[in-house]
Structure formats: structure tokens, C-alpha cells
Design a protein around this ligand. Structure first.
Ligand code: UDP
Ligand code: MG
Length: 315
């Protein structure tokens, strides 16, 4: 197998401090990989500026001037981490054999890419980078992240535990991924849907090389909500279930109310009010859940996900 053309795609949002360090590290890495004929000399590092407000784009332009290995992709506004990744992948897809996405802060160990390439050579189309420990994260981030994976699992979303957006995708995997028509993107949930042969490579997660996290609590929560609502209709089912429970309780209340009424220990109007509150409440929740089911269907339809992903066609 010939050495593949590898593109490393990096989303950058206000990363002027981290980028020079990251760039240096990646030059060393790609130099070494080219020297060892693991990747082709045409391999590139594509830096996606996600509408940064600092000097990120100037840094990228300077890198691009000095070394043709660096490419710059500038988004007109801050489209968010997922969209920046998407933009990068769609721009470079046709030029590469495989691509790796990694954060600009190098929290993910770049040496894992050697492992990625090995799996790729063995025929994997998707290689997930998986953190084998989170000791460098704050206790809070660790707890929330783990809770999130567990919840997603309960909601029936297939996700790789402790895998962020550090992964290798073969060209055909990227092409398949780009067929997904959804605007609400949650890549961690989408990649496993591809179904190609995959593998995991473990690495130790470090600290940010410079600058601070671009994921404050607000964005993290938004990300979690996005993940759930983009992949699961189960919260809607929950409403229906709640309605059923209410309606059942309503029937119990009905009996209780009627007994009290005929026993004569209720004030006028109480019985009819109690019954309507419980029964109507239950019915309303069931109706909401029912409408929700249809809204959920419409939602899934509007995603226009590919119905199948072709792996091979022998003629
Ligand atoms: N990022 C981005 N757009 C955003 C927020 C973040 O492109 O709106 C990038 C950021 O530059 C980094 C990656 O997404 O390369 C992950 O962000 P960060 O490292 O701050 O997240 P954390 O590791 O703290 O979860
Ligand atoms: Mg980070």
C-alpha cells in the first residue's frame, strides 16, 4: 500500500496563543511521518478559522506563507466547533486519502496518529481516539462528561465512550459522512452510524498547551442538549408515558372521589373538579406525546440522512 495523503484538520477559535506551539509540534510530527514513509509528502495541515476575534487568521496566514504544508480555511462567522470541523472536512475531502481531526490545543496526544495510521493500513475506515484517563480534566468536567455518556447510552444513542472529536476517517468514510443532510450536527453520534470497520486507539489526554477552554459551561450544556435532541426521540416518549401515568392516577382518583361523594363527605363541586383535573390533565399529556411522536418523525425526515452507506459494489 502506498503511503496515504493525510490531511490534519484543526478547528481554531481564538487560538492565537496555542496555534504557534501546535503548528511547530505538527511540523515535527509530519516531517517524521513523511521521512518514515507513513504518509505521502503531499499531506497537509488544514487550519479552519472559526470566525475568531483575535489574531488567529493572521497566524494561519503567516504559517501558510512560510510552509506550504499549512492551509487556511476562514469561516465568515463563528459557526461552532462541529460546523468548523464539517467545513474543514468538506473542503479537503477530495484531496486526501484519509484525514485526522484534532483540537487546536493539543490536549489530545498527536503521537496517537501513528496508531491511527496503523489501523488505517489494516483496513479500518474509522479510527477513534479514546482517552484512557481524565485525570487532567477538572473533577467537574469529568463528572459531567461521564454522566453525559451514560445518559446518551440510556437514550439509545450509540457513542464511543471517552472519545471526543479526535479521529481518523478514510476518504470514503468522509464522503459518506458528508451525505448526512442534517444541520444539527453531533459528529460523535453520526460517525458510528456510518458502520464502516472501525478501531480504537488509546492515549493520554493532556492539558491545553496555551490559552483557555473555548467550551464554557453554557456551551457544554448546549452541546449536550444538541446531542440528545439530534439523536433521540425518547424524551417525547417520556411525555406520553407521563400522560399514561397521570391518566391511570386519574382513574384511581375517580374511584376515590366517587366513594367520597356517595359517602357524603365532600363539598359541592369538589368531585367534578377533581375528576376533570386528573382525567383532562392525563389526556392532555397523552395527546401532547402523540403529537410529539409525529413532530419527532418530521424531525427525523427533515434530517435527510442517507438510507444506506455503500461499502463495496463488485461488478
Ligand atoms: N472551537 C471552535 N469553535 C468554537 C469553539 C471551539 O472551532 O466555537 C475549537 C477550539 O478552537 C478547539 C476545539 O474546538 O480547537 C475544542 O475546544 P476546546 O479545546 O476549547 O474545548 P475543551 O477541550 O475545553 O472541551
Ligand atoms: Mg481542549
Amino acid at each position: 500500500m502506498e503511503a496515504p495523503v493525510l490531511y490534519i484538520v484543526i478547528p481554531c477559535y481564538n487560538e492565537e496563543e496555542a496555534l504557534p506551539i501546535t503548528a511547530k509540534r505538527l511540523v515535527e510530527l509530519t516531517d517524521d511521518m513523511i521521512a518514515r514513509a507513513l504518509i505521502a509528502p503531499e499531506s497537509r495541515i488544514a487550519l479552519v478559522d472559526d470566525g475568531s476575534r483575535d489574531k488567529t487568521w493572521e497566524v494561519i496566514c503567516a504559517l501558510n506563507r512560510e510552509d506550504k504544508r499549512f492551509q487556511g480555511i476562514k469561516l465568515a462567522h463563528n459557526a461552532g466547533h462541529m460546523n468548523a470541523l464539517w467545513a474543514g472536512m468538506s473542503m479537503v475531502c477530495e484531496h486526501c486519502d484519509a484525514l485526522v481531526t484534532i483540537d487546536a490545543d493539543l490536549q489530545d496526544d498527536v503521537n496517537a496518529i501513528y496508531g491511527f495510521l496503523e489501523k488505517y493500513r489494516e483496513g479500518c475506515d474509522v479510527v477513534y481516539g479514546v482517552r484512557n484517563d481524565r485525570s487532567k480534566d477538572t473533577a467537574f468536567k469529568r463528572a459531567t462528561a461521564q454522566g453525559f455518556y451514560k445518559m446518551m447510552h440510556r437514550l439509545g444513542v450509540e457513542m464511543v465512550y471517552n472519545h471526543a472529536d479526535y479521529r481518523l476517517l478514510s476518504r470514503r468514510a468522509v464522503e459518506a459522512l458528508l451525505q448526512f443532510g442534517e444541520v444539527n450536527m453531533f459528529l460523535r453520534g453520526m460517525v458510528p452510524l456510518l458502520g464502516f470497520k472501525s478501531a480504537q486507539v488509546f492515549y493520554e489526554r493532556g492539558e491545553r498547551v496555551a490559552g483557555e477552554s473555548k467550551y464554557p459551561l453554557k456551551k457544554m450544556l448546549g452541546f449536550a442538549v444538541e446531542g440528545i435532541t439530534s439523536f433521540s426521540n425518547k424524551p417525547i416518549r417520556f411525555v406520553t408515558l407521563l400522560g399514561l401515568i397521570c391518566a391511570l392516577l386519574g382513574v384511581a382518583m375517580l374511584i376515590y372521589v366517587l366513594v367520597s361523594l356517595f359517602a357524603g363527605n365532600s363539598v359541592a363541586g369538589w368531585a367534578s373538579m377533581m375528576m376533570s383535573i386528573w382525567l383532562l390533565g392525563g389526556m392532555q399529556l397523552i395527546a401532547l406525546g402523540l403529537i410529539g411522536e409525529y413532530v419527532g418523525k418530521i424531525y427525523m425526515e427533515t434530517k435527510r440522512r442517507p438510507k444506506f452507506i455503500l461499502e463495496e459494489y463488485r461488478k
